[in-house]
Design a protein around this ligand. Structure first.
Ligand SMILES: [Ca+2]
Length: 330
């Protein structure tokens, strides 16, 4: 299922990237024109975005062991194997636009999207758009201050890693991206190893139940309608990313581990890694071509958002549904 979904996404993106030179779509044109003509693109972030800078809130995750992977999952989720995790801290929320703005303001760091001049936006489908960066929303429009508490997107693994290095220098603490194993342990509440961050049940909202996370749901976009992968019988109220912490925390006190935006993990990706993974604090393969992203997003159906679900992506890639969360070594 994962491979089908991911291949569909990549195929769609590739197809659309190819089409960009051969087909002129009015909606895509309007996005690109609005992006290119937006004078705010070159302005520094506003004072409102950087003032009151504080260290992202962290939650202590108690060490323990768990059975990592899913025997009914995809091939790269098998075999299920015992993993021991030392205590560490995990970001309570996904890194926000405001937090990332402070990093850029302090360093003038250029993200991969800025260096390469584009990112992938959602305009009824995913499409590559020029001039889009972390300063922009899912459609490629410049964000306003009201978006400060939404997760930053259009950031690559390289950008996320650079943020961690900067924050470590600023604070004298060791911030980094979570390992793949730490991420799954924290999302599934340790040895309980829930299927989703909220538990093992399939959520519903038809009878007054509260939504538990932001996934592809029955919330329609005024221009684009429903998402292809919408999960029926469930309405969370957000088509794109929600401000972080909009839904219930998991039992460790972490928000949005399932849904909202995909999150980069530190590890290189190897589909066969679980067969030889060390038991204690596995760090992933020593090298590779892809990094791992986790947790699903506003674009993904609940079915494809299991906490054991892993997706490889190249470290330079950025998307309108891909952000990150940080970890801290104790
Ligand atoms: Ca949603």
């Amino acid at each position: 299922m994962k491979l089908i979904a991911f291949c569909l996404l990549l195929f769609t993106v590739s197809l659309q990237a190819a089409n960009i030179t051969t087909t002129t779509l009015p909606v895509k044109d309007s996005i690109i024109k609005s992006v290119k003509s937006d004078p705010t693109k070159t302005r520094p972030v506003t004072e409102t975005q950087v003032k009151n800078l504080s260290e992202p809130e962290m939650v202590r995750i108690p060490g323990g062991f768990f059975s990592m992977g899913a025997k009914e999952g995809d091939q790269d989720e098998r075999p299920v194997h015992r993993v021991v995790i030392s205590s560490f801290k995990m970001g309570k929320y996904e890194i926000t636009m405001k937090e990332f703005a402070a990093f850029i303001s302090s360093t003038n760091y250029q993200t991969d999207a800025e260096k390469q001049g584009n990112s992938y936006v959602y305009i009824g489908h995913f499409d590559k758009a020029d001039g889009v960066s972390w300063r922009d929303d899912e459609e490629g429009h410049h964000r306003s201050d009201s978006d400060a508490s939404k997760p930053v997107v259009h950031v690559s693994w390289n950008d996320a890693n650079a943020y961690c290095q900067w924050l470590s220098r600023q604070t004298g603490k060791t911030f980094r991206l979570p390992t793949d194993a730490e991420w799954e342990y924290a999302a599934g509440c340790g040895m309980k190893h829930y299927k989703y961050s909220w538990g093992n049940f399939m959520p519903r909202t038809g009878n007054g139940e509260k939504p538990v996370a932001n996934v592809a749901d029955e919330t329609n976009h005024p221009k684009y309608g429903a998402l292809l992968q919408k999960y029926l019988g469930y309405k969370d109220g957000f088509f794109f990313a929600a401000p972080v912490g909009s839904f219930m925390a998991n039992e460790f006190g972490l928000y949005d581990m399932t849904g909202n935006v995909f999150e980069w993990c530190n590890d290189w990706y190897d589909p066969n890694y679980y067969a030889n993974s060390p038991e204690n604090n596995p760090q992933g393969p020593s090298t590779g071509k892809f990094r791992i992203m986790r947790g699903g997003s506003w674009y993904f159906n609940v079915i494809n958002s299991r906490i054991a679900y892993r997706i490889p992506n190249i470290p330079e890639r950025r998307h309108s549904d891909l952000g990150f969360r940080i970890a801290q070594t104790l």
